[in-house]
Design a protein around this ligand. Structure first.
Ligand code: HEC
Ligand code: HEC
Ligand code: HEC
Ligand code: HEC
Ligand code: HEC
Ligand code: HEC
Ligand code: HEC
Ligand code: HEC
Ligand code: HEC
Length: 349
């Protein structure tokens, strides 16, 4: 009797503690007096059983360990025994409890309201993720360490995309070489305000995602890749049309070629790989998706991103060089002629 009064007193003290997180081991021990029992569980009306065991060691090792007490999240746990909560399924329970994270991580919480997942959460889709589906509740550890952990988190629900990504030039470099330069899911989609192809304007903005890295000379030099891919794309018909559509907000009309239409998205390969959509043997097929009448001439006449050089396009290069010589020569001649003319006028006076 005395024991349980003491307990509820301790619990009451813990609940009234200030919001600012501070070590509260005594609070943890209060709760763990019961919740360290591995066999503790409840059966919900749905028939599902829910374990009530919390692992002390794992909790202490987590990012919140030593900083948060149980009641920093379970703010309504004011007394023992607890009133039984009216949740009929495990999922209802999770949806009600995850809001606890919002108290201290409000910025992350408000970002999730803009996520592609949010409408699905709001309409009750049980598969759509909330904080604890990606981070867990009691054993939260740094979500980006190692970096390959990020795509594994998304992979729990997006197996297909994640498996494709893992085999791409980007995914392999991350997996096999622990390369931190290549993009993972959250570099393109972000982690909390996740964007996707059904959001208006998102697809048309995708070239900027690629340009974030592919125009950085310090990064691209390491892989001997051209940094003019964005600039050459923009000065090409496809890029020009795409930027016009973006400016006018007229997405959805004509389907213009974006980086991802030629290179793929989650399946991007090295440009000389046999399965690359942009290798010369496959290029025509890539063009034909939108230019059904295209023939070999069509694709081979196109200069891709490259600025013409003597090697890859001698004729275009020659014309370009001769213009560079011819135009200054002609303008110079014109100016000279005018000057001579003026001189004559002055001298003849
Ligand atoms: C005297 C033992 C005991 C102590 C101490 C105790 N709990 Fe519980 N807890 C229980 C039991 C039993 C249940 C199952 C209640 C039920 O029937 O739903 C439970 C359930 C819970 C649940 C799930 C709620 C639900 O709706 O099922 C949470 C969360 C919880 N406890 C947190 C805490 C926290 C936080 C503390 C410390 C402040 C704590 N408990 C201390 C016995 C205890
Ligand atoms: C960082 C916030 C946070 C802290 C700290 C925290 N919990 Fe929880 N707890 C949650 C959330 C969120 C859930 C719901 C998890 C779910 O549904 O997957 C939960 C669920 C529970 C449950 C129900 C069973 C389960 O594991 O899902 C129990 C029991 C519980 N917590 C006890 C505790 C105890 C005891 C402590 C202290 C050692 C504690 N919690 C600390 C956020 C927290
Ligand atoms: C009472 C305040 C509080 C609540 C509630 C809370 N956290 Fe935290 N959280 C913190 C603090 C403080 C840190 C920083 C720990 C550090 O940096 O050492 C942190 C760190 C984190 C990190 C790691 C950040 C990083 O930089 O790697 C994640 C992820 C996280 N919390 C997720 C959650 C989730 C999920 C919930 C809900 C289940 C939650 N937090 C609830 C206070 C809180
Ligand atoms: C779809 C999965 C997913 C959901 C849902 C999610 N997160 Fe995250 N979160 C991540 C990933 C992945 C990272 C690491 C991102 C990175 O480093 O690029 C992260 C990073 C964090 C961080 C540390 C970095 C930062 O931005 O401060 C905190 C704190 C955090 N999340 C809290 C939360 C909270 C609170 C919620 C719920 C409101 C939540 N997360 C919902 C996947 C998720
Ligand atoms: C717990 C399961 C789950 C996890 C984890 C998860 N997702 Fe999702 N995701 C979904 C569901 C369900 C949908 C479909 C939502 C809908 O129907 O509107 C979705 C939709 C999406 C879409 C939009 C797809 C489209 O066709 O418009 C993108 C993009 C996305 N998720 C990215 C991510 C990323 C990135 C991560 C990791 C940071 C992640 N998801 C983690 C369940 C999940
Ligand atoms: C280099 C940038 C990039 C990376 C990295 C990336 N995505 Fe995407 N993702 C996109 C683009 C662009 C689209 C739109 C594709 C389209 O509309 O054809 C997309 C579409 C999606 C879709 C919806 C369409 C579909 O194919 O189902 C989901 C879900 C998705 N991505 C999840 C992920 C996950 C999970 C990861 C990590 C394993 C990831 N993405 C990595 C850029 C990226
Ligand atoms: C976060 C930075 C980053 C982003 C974002 C990014 N990439 Fe990359 N990409 C790289 C790096 C680094 C490599 C070199 C990887 C290697 O060779 O190991 C690479 C390699 C490539 C290659 C292979 C080139 C070759 O022949 O070796 C192509 C093609 C490519 N990326 C296209 C894209 C496209 C298209 C997008 C946008 C949808 C994109 N990338 C987004 C960093 C990025
Ligand atoms: C119409 C199709 C098409 C579009 C659109 C396109 N590319 Fe390419 N890309 C190619 C082809 C073809 C090659 C290979 C050129 C060659 O080897 O001659 C290539 C090569 C590359 C390379 C390798 C460069 C190197 O130095 O080896 C990268 C990186 C790249 N593209 C990124 C991008 C990015 C980023 C975008 C959007 C801004 C984009 N591409 C738009 C067809 C396209
Ligand atoms: C996703 C669809 C798509 C793909 C793939 C695509 N194009 Fe286009 N392309 C277009 C659209 C739409 C236009 C019209 C843009 C405009 O009016 O400026 C266009 C215009 C052109 C033009 C300008 C002349 C004309 O016929 O209108 C050429 C040349 C061209 N594309 C070449 C190519 C080549 C070469 C490839 C393959 C490497 C290719 N395209 C792949 C959609 C695509």
């Amino acid at each position: 009797m005395l024991h349980s009064t003491l307990l509820s007193l301790l619990v009451a003290v813990a609940v009234q503690a200030p919001v600012a997180p501070q070590p509260k081991h005594e609070d943890i021990e209060t709760c763990l007096a019961c919740h360290s029992n591995t066999s503790m569980s409840v059966t919900l009306p749905s028939g599902e059983t829910r374990g009530l065991f919390v692992d002390r060691d794992e909790f202490t090792r987590s990012i919140h360990g030593g900083k948060l007490g149980c009641t920093d999240c379970h703010t309504d746990m004011t007394g023992v025994p607890h009133a039984s909560k009216p949740f009929s399924t495990k999922r209802e329970f999770t949806i009600a409890y995850y809001e606890a994270c919002k108290r201290c991580h409000f910025a992350n919480y408000s970002k999730t309201l803009d996520s592609v997942h949010y409408p699905a959460i709001a309409r009750g889709d049980r598969m759509a993720p909330v904080c604890v589906d990606c981070h867990g509740a009691h054993y939260v550890t740094p979500p980006n360490q190692p970096r390959s952990r990020i795509s594994q988190t998304c992979a729990t629900c997006h197996q297909g995309v994640s498996a494709t990504y893992a085999k791409s030039v980007h995914g392999r470099a991350l997996r096999e070489e622990k390369n931190a330069d290549v993009p993972t899911c959250t570099d393109c989609h972000r982690a909390h305000d996740i964007g996707g192809p059904h959001a208006p304007g998102w697809r048309l903005k995708s070239p900027e995602l690629c340009a974030n890295c592919h125009t950085q000379s310090a990064m691209m030099k390491k892989y001997n890749l051209s940094t003019s891919v964005m600039q050459t794309y923009l000065s090409d018909f496809h890029g020009m049309t795409a930027s016009l559509q973006k400016k006018n907000g007229t997405e959805g009309g004509q389907v213009v070629a974006l980086c991802i239409d030629c290179h793929g998205v989650h399946d991007i390969t090295k440009t000389d790989a046999p399965n690359s959509g942009v290798i010369q043997a496959n290029l025509l097929r890539t063009c034909q998706r939108c230019h059904p009448g295209a023939t070999t001439n069509f694709s081979s006449a196109w200069l891709s991103h490259y600025e013409p050089t003597f090697k890859n396009a001698p004729l275009v290069y020659a014309v370009k060089v001769s213009y560079r010589i011819l135009i200054p020569f002609m303008i110079g001649g014109l100016v000279l002629q005018i000057l001579l003319h003026l001189w004559r006028v002055v001298v003849n006076r």
